[in-house]
Design a protein around this ligand. Structure first.
Ligand SMILES: [Zn+2]
Ligand SMILES: [Zn+2]
Length: 343
């Protein structure tokens, strides 16, 4: 069994739960921590059962609640290294950090992570040796550990950025502190629990943006939003999916005649912007293999699209295949979680 629950999709926040019977991951955390927890409760997803958070790219609609949620749940966050760096840079006020200081910060961060890795490896080795020798484990003291914030009781961990201000200065966490950071690379598969994950590069104006394909128990789910066009590598990566979460951002005419300033229109329309209804339709009619049970249209613009227009465009592109093999078209919403899709 595999499950996809889209908690939110659109320029005001993106987040999706992908679950097998044993493993649960959250893709992006683009709403406040509080709102993410509220949506998970609404959708019947248990936040304490999440194993990790995966980040597609550092735009605010994908990371708004990330740090607070990861610290609250004490789970690892998976990024590509450039995305992690861009995210840390985003949270670090530029006025107080020169380029030289930023380089120092990066070096220190790397050193800290390596030390943590070594410490973890040493702890595991010690534990294994002790287990073999039948020795009781001593609790590890971490008083000089930068991760000491982990020792805060739950109630002291704020659930949104504002309440961090109420903490005593000494306990105020680094805004970019995360319990564990793991790096992946586009094109290189990895696993979290029993879910196999293949990240792939998408054309978008971020440091190192990725889409994902998730596989467990013979089911394949793909997620590709925030892309300016459909390059061959994306078409190849998302082929043979059982569930396809695909961007259908804007109607071209609505965008052209809509309220956005010219520069923003150019950005959205560019090769590193967002996929239009017609670009998605073109993919669905020309390249899509027709094998998915569900096609979820996501990241719909609230100003430059109408859900029924996006649906009509996709359904027309899928044409006859809708009735033959499933291909049910669903619309992901910005404001409410989508009914969980279980296969
Ligand atoms: Zn986005
Ligand atoms: Zn984006």
């Amino acid at each position: 069994m595999m499950r996809m629950t889209v908690l939110a999709s659109g320029s005001k926040g993106n987040s999706t739960v992908i679950a097998s019977s044993r493993t649960r991951v959250l893709v992006d955390a683009g709403l406040s921590c509080r709102e993410l927890l509220r949506r998970m409760a609404l959708a019947g997803e248990d936040p304490s059962a999440l194993d990790a958070i995966l980040i597609t790219h550092e735009h605010i609609d994908h990371v708004a609640g990330l740090a607070v949620l990861a610290r609250k749940l004490r789970i690892p966050v998976f990024f590509t290294e450039p995305t992690h760096r861009a995210w840390v840079r985003m949270l670090t006020p530029r006025t107080t950090m020169s380029y030289a200081r930023w380089l120092d910060h990066l070096a220190l961060e790397k050193q800290t992570r390596e030390q943590e890795k070594e410490a973890r490896a040493a702890a595991i080795a010690l534990e294994t040796a002790n287990q073999l020798a039948g020795v009781e484990n001593e609790p590890t003291l971490r008083s000089d550990d930068p991760n000491a914030v982990l020792e805060l009781p739950d109630e002291a961990e704020p659930c949104d950025a504002e309440s961090a201000e109420t903490l005593p200065v000494a306990a105020k966490p680094d805004p970019a502190f995360l319990p564990v950071v793991e790096y992946f690379r586009a094109g290189t598969s990895f696993s979290i629990g029993d879910i196999g994950i293949t990240p792939f590069t998408i054309p978008h104006d971020a440091a190192d943006p990725c889409g994902f394909v998730f596989e467990a128990e013979g089911v394949r789910m793909a997620l590709a939003t925030d892309l300016g066009y459909m390059p061959p590598n994306v078409k190849q990566a998302i082929a043979r999916s059982d569930v396809l979460l695909l961007e259908s951002n804007h109607d071209l005419e609505m965008l052209r005649d809509g309220p956005y300033p010219w520069s923003v229109k150019q950005r959205v329309l560019s090769r590193v912007g967002h996929l239009s209804n017609s670009a998605t339709a073109e993919y669905l009619s020309r390249d899509y293999d027709g094998g998915a049970a569900f096609i979820v249209l996501g990241h719909l613009s609230e100003s430059n699209n109408v859900p029924e227009l996006a649906r009509l465009s996709a359904e027309q592109a899928i044409g006859d295949r809708m009735t033959l093999l499933g291909n049910k078209v669903l619309l992901a919403s910005q404001t409410v979680p989508l009914e969980p899709i279980c296969l």
